[in-house]
Write a protein that binds this ligand. Structure first.
Ligand code: PEP
Ligand code: MN
Length: 261
């Protein structure tokens, strides 16, 4: 179903008036985790003003340590809905398990499946049962074939609205958090009709690299970006080091627009 051979034209996914694919770009921005009403609304307003068209924010967080902040749960989802009411931006948040995906689908416009869950086949099947677009992140060590097969799990359940997201893979290099595999974009374009976006924040792990990697992603033909933004990155409860301040995000958007985004 994801194969271009049987579906040569690009898939275009639409939520409200935002289209992704076929030349339309998704600019997903927002905090890693939803931390408070003040935090989310401040960031949501800022990214909207800069030109983001989708708001991100995690309510259920798949943290590497069980002692790290795990997210606000349903309270976070309610704040995300409030942020949409205020800004008009469609929203995306991650579903980390079968117990919480129902809530995610109830409150958000896009369901995010995280890198760590790319081969959680029960979760993929469940995501395939909603009439909501799914952003499927590439697993930390997933091949193209494995990634597309995971998309297939969602699509085989009847939900053909899948957006692939390259977010860096595990290599021997440790200077960056992950290694952004830019070639994933043209490879997906060759193999599939599905839109493919790039998350430079989780790939780099460092805010200073978000701008060059974003430009590169657009240059290789990505259908959009997912960028973490925080107004007080030094106090962020997760991923502060890779989060752009709103002013930096604004400058980046101006540069991307100049590249004929
Ligand atoms: C995220 O987007 O907040 C996230 C946890 O990303 P990934 O699944 O790519 O690590
Ligand atoms: Mn994050």
């Amino acid at each position: 179903l994801a194969n271009k051979l049987f579906h040569p034209e690009d898939t275009i996914i639409q939520v409200d008036d935002v289209k992704i694919g076929g030349g339309n770009k998704a600019i997903i921005a927002g905090p890693c985790s939803i931390e408070s009403e003040e935090q989310l609304l401040t960031i949501a307003k800022a990214v909207k003003e800069s030109g983001a068209n989708i708001l991100r924010g995690g309510a259920y967080k798949p943290r590497s340590s069980p002692y790290s902040f795990q997210g606000l749960g349903e309270e976070g989802l309610k704040l995300l809905k409030k942020a949409k009411e205020l800004t008009g931006l469609p929203t995306i948040t991650e579903a980390i398990c079968l117990d919480t995906i129902e809530k995610v689908a109830e409150y958000a416009d896009f369901i995010q499946i995280g890198a760590r869950n790319m081969q959680n086949f029960a979760l993929l099947k469940k995501a395939g049962q909603y009439n909501k677009p799914v952003v499927l992140k590439r697993g930390l060590s997933a091949t193209m074939e494995e990634w597309l097969m995971s998309a297939e799990y969602i699509m085989a359940e009847g939900n053909h609205q899948v957006i692939l997201c390259e977010r860096g893979i595990r290599t021997f290099e440790t200077y960056t958090r992950n290694t952004l595999d830019l070639s994933a974009v043209p490879v997906v374009k060759e193999m599939s009709h599905l839109p493919v976006i790039v998350d430079p924040s989780h790939a780099a792990g460092k805010w200073s690299m978000v701008e060059p990697l974003s430009k590169a992603a657009i240059a290789v033909g990505a259908d959009g970006l997912m960028i973490e933004v925080h107004h007080e990155p030094e106090c962020a409860l997760s991923d502060g080091a890779q989060s752009l301040k709103p002013e930096k995000f604004n400058k980046l958007m101006k540069k991307l627009n100049a590249m004929a985004l």
